[in-house]
Design a protein around this ligand. Sequence first.
Ligand SMILES: [Mn+2]
Length: 316
Amino acid sequence: MINAKHQPVDAAEVPRFAGQATFMRLPAVPSAEGLDIALVGIPWDGGTTNRAGARHGPREIRSQSSLMRKVHHVSKIAPFSLANIADVGDLSVNPIDLMDALKRIEEGIASIIAVGAIPLSAGGDHLTTLPVLRAVARHRPVGLIHFDAHSDTNDSYFGGNRYTHGTPFRRAIEEGLLDPKRMVQIGIRGSIYETDEHAWAVEQGIRIIYMEEFTRRGASEVIAEAKAIVGSAPTYVTFDIDSIDPSMAPGTGTPEVGGFTTREAQQMIRLLEGVDIVGADVVEVAPPFDLAGMTAIAGATMMFELMCVIAAKFRS
Ligand SMILES: [Mn+2]
């Protein structure tokens, strides 16, 4: 019987370093038509306040994702058998016009959702998540599981600029895209601008789990709480690579020491099985600051982990 689902190129037939680089060595397809999960690049970093470079993230994540195989070694989830998954390419962006870029990204993700596919994107900086949420949450607010060193709920930068990679989740709450009572941020750390920097976020009802609390309680307890917060309703998962310690993921715009190990991050994502994930992303991989592709492979691996827990939804 012919398996109608897309399959990655077999590394026993074509070596991993050969051929066109696509996410997970899947076919590059022109649209999300017929897909369950659409892997998509958002090569845009116009919201970056410090070291730019995440615009180069999708291409490097594609390259490093050639290391991924077909079956998850712990959960035994075989994503390409459970769900039809392919690489739909990069969204159209505008590197010199922020508002136009946000519009293009929203339209690109909306076209994926319109044909019934779940978007799993590779950024780009964290502002890309705002237009993604505008598409994902067009008809109802969603919950959010947010891995990051930073809360990204500041109000404005540089004389009132409201759209930067430090503000997306404040804008998303204001726009009614996120239900702040169903939001959890995990791994927050680093020096802050003001003592009460996170006061607004907490007032909205966001549960902030600082890195120190994660260290005390561990992955199982923290994710159990996160799952209780988002419940069974539609939820988006966003993974900022700077949540991982810069010793393991240096290639990012705003590194903060004292972060997750890659293994802790993997453990947490695996435990998300059962959450109704309606979209997810890995953002802030900035190859110009990377060493030997180590941040891009961390990003590609987190994308694989996310893909597996999303694919688990398609188990019949
Ligand atoms: Mn972030």
